[in-house]
Design a protein around this ligand. Structure first.
Ligand SMILES: Nc1ncnc2c1ncn2[C@@H]1O[C@H](COP(=O)(O)OP(=O)(O)OP(=O)(O)O)[C@@H](O)[C@H]1O
Length: 592
């Protein structure tokens, strides 16, 4: 057992008490990634016996870093069987008492969700491990086991066990209970039977090659195991969610972009549901997406859930996005590097996630390079950091690719060959030669190769009084864990003070200072207006239409003052050029 698993072992007894546990799974570097100059962005900084684990995300290109708390952590040396033993197996006895449970793998595309849920021949995932455990428990009893397997694709449900992709309808019965009309339940009595049925379904699932994953899942796939005996029926849902996608990186177009927009909005809806459940809110928004609708009887109430948040260790932005959405689920974000930072980053991240969903639901994407590249310390990417954009084919053959192999029209039984799952200590680990070890450490890149030349950009000049006041933030401890200090650019908010005197300055210096202060004042007033104006007033502002005004009001519900600096305008989908235009027109208006 590794250090991380030892720390989480103590937590496993506590796991049965929580309704939603969030566990972090960081996959190893793939051979194709190991050769790039990327260093891991995630590290374990502290554990508390029987309690949470603190992880730090750190961007190697900037000084930005964040700490999050999760219920447990599984690193590159941990196996899926460790996750099963410590987090999932505890859910199984409850389904024999009629309680439903859900385990879902959540994360960006290529972060290892399918690897974790489905696994491979040699290293079975949580799905086969769960089925074998359930079957073993049923041996010698009157209990029957059935499985269903379906996917949610473009907001519609399709049965993966039916030869012709049959659509399933989610309906309420007369008692108000959810029924998935048309869904096939197939009895399974052995792992062989399960393998046969499941591998056919796996091949029917919609996957496609994208810019980030050779075999990217385009749907959420739900494998349900239902047990029934004379008195009870219980269900365990095991869900391989489609990856949260950043279309700036995937280069998705057409149908891929449409898929991606639905994927992202349904994941966002899922995080809203979990957030509402965690906060015990009276209304849980199950009906916001098909995914949450079909999980209505397995999320909430006395059901229990485990969210496995999967991370690619070299993708900082993705990691932030994954952990912040998981944090929206009421679980994680607890510590930033200073008291003053405590609120802003969460708000920013939530806004980012919201904006992404909002824009993508309208078929648009936003260029973060254009907005963040100018204003944010995270936006300046070096060519080496962009090397992930077109990955060569992975040297590892994905489990799904293997599962999709055909041999003379006959489906190969390649998913796994497993009887009953044995505890982790007996599970064969990969031989040392199979382990991916190469993690390169690189010197921090210089700022020179940034897309935007900060010193020359006209808007950068306009913004210089704001973005230059970078200050070191105070180090803060989270319980006994310390997150390293960080710096964050801050925009002064509130009273604006005109600099009246520049000691020793020439009349021209004074005049230039006045101009710069006027610009700053204008920006501050504009931001302030966005923070306080009502919808009608917002609509009258240049560059803010009705939809954007509504969106601003929505953001203000989450955070009273969401606009603290110009970079926050990126969060309402305004590019740097648009911001520049707005400010220029506003300034022109003054002199009319
Ligand atoms: N723990 C791991 N150890 C070794 N390789 C892994 C691990 N996790 C994932 N991989 C490899 O990483 C690649 C991407 O994994 P996977 O297909 O599971 O991602 P995903 O999150 O399901 O992506 P998508 O959302 O696009 O379907 C695959 O080649 C897979 O074999």
């Amino acid at each position: 057992m590794t250090t991380a698993t030892a720390a989480t072992a103590a937590a496993s007894s506590a796991s049965s008490l929580q309704s939603v546990r969030v566990v972090l799974r960081v996959r190893p570097l793939l051979p194709s990634e190991a050769s790039s100059a990327a260093a891991p962005c995630v590290s374990l900084v502290g554990t508390r016996p029987g309690g949470e684990v603190t992880v730090q995300l750190k961007d190697q290109h900037t000084s930005r870093n964040e700490c999050y708390k999760v219920d447990s952590y599984f690193g590159k040396d941990d196996q899926v069987s460790d996750i099963f033993d410590q987090e999932v197996s505890a859910l199984i006895p409850a389904i024999f008492e009629g309680t439903n449970a859900t385990v879902f793998a959540y994360g960006a595309t290529g972060s290892g969700k399918t690897y974790t849920m489905q696994g491979s021949e040699d290293l079975p995932g949580l799905i086969p491990l769960s089925v074998s455990t359930v079957l073993a428990r049923c041996t010698g009893t009157w209990c029957s086991v059935e499985i269903s397997y379906y996917e949610v694709y473009l907001e519609r449900c399709y049965d993966l066990l039916e030869p012709k992709a049959k659509e399933i309808m989610a309906l309420d019965d007369k008692d108000g209970n959810l029924q998935l009309k048309g869904l096939a339940w197939v009895p399974v009595r052995s792992m062989e039977e399960f393998q046969e049925v499941y591998s056919i379904g796996v091949q029917r699932r919609k996957v496609a090659h994208t810019g980030l994953n050779d075999v990217s899942s385009r749907s959420h796939a739900v494998l349900s195991i239902r047990i029934s005996n004379d008195t009870v029926k219980g269900k365990l849902n095991l869900i391989d969610l489609a990856g949260n996608e950043d279309n700036r990186r995937t280069y998705n177009e057409g149908i891929r972009l449409q898929e991606s927009s639905k994927i992202n909005s349904s994941l966002f809806a899922l995080s809203n549901v979990i957030s509402a459940l965690k906060k015990n809110e009276p209304r849980v928004p199950y009906r916001e997406s098909k995914l949450t609708r079909i999980l209505q009887d397995s999320l909430g109430g006395n059901s229990r859930a485990v969210m496995v948040a999967c991370l690619n260790p070299v993708e900082y932005q993705e990691a932030v996005q994954t952990l912040s959405l998981a944090a929206r689920s009421g679980h994680m974000l607890t510590n930033m590097s200073s008291a003053s930072k405590e609120q802003t980053p969460k708000v920013k991240v939530d806004m980012e996630a919201k904006l992404q969903v909002w824009l993508e639901s309208k078929g648009k994407t936003r260029s973060i390079q254009r907005t963040n590249g100018l204003f944010s310390p995270t936006g300046c990417k070096t060519p080496s950091s962009m090397s992930h954009m077109k990955l060569p084919k992975s040297a590892l053959v994905s489990s799904r690719t293997k599962a999709m192999d055909r041999d003379g029209g006959k489906i190969k039984k390649v998913l796994f060959d497993l009887g009953v799952h044995t505890p982790a200590k007996n599970t064969p680990r990969p031989s040392p030669r199979d382990e991916v070890k190469t993690i390169k450490k690189v010197a921090p890149p210089s700022l020179a190769p940034c897309f935007e030349d900060r010193s020359e950009s006209p808007i950068r000049k306009v913004l210089s009084p704001i973005s230059s006041n970078v200050m070191a933030l105070k180090q803060q401890t989270a319980d006994d864990v310390t997150c390293p200090p960080s710096v964050e650019p801050k925009t002064p908010i509130g009273e604006y003070h005109m600099v009246e005197k520049i000691p020793g300055g020439t009349p021209l210096d004074k005049f230039n200072a006045l101009g710069s202060n006027l610009k700053e004042s204008l920006i501050q007033q504009y931001l302030e207006l966005l923070n306080v104006a009502n919808k009608e007033e917002l609509q009258q502002l240049k560059g803010i239409g009705e939809k954007r005004a509504e969106y601003i009001l929505e953001l203000r519900e989450d955070s009273p003052r969401p606009f603290k600096s110009l970079s926050d305008l990126g969060n309402i989908g305004l590019s740097s050029k648009q911001i520049q235009d707005i400010l220029r027109k506003t300034a022109n208006g003054i002199f009319k």
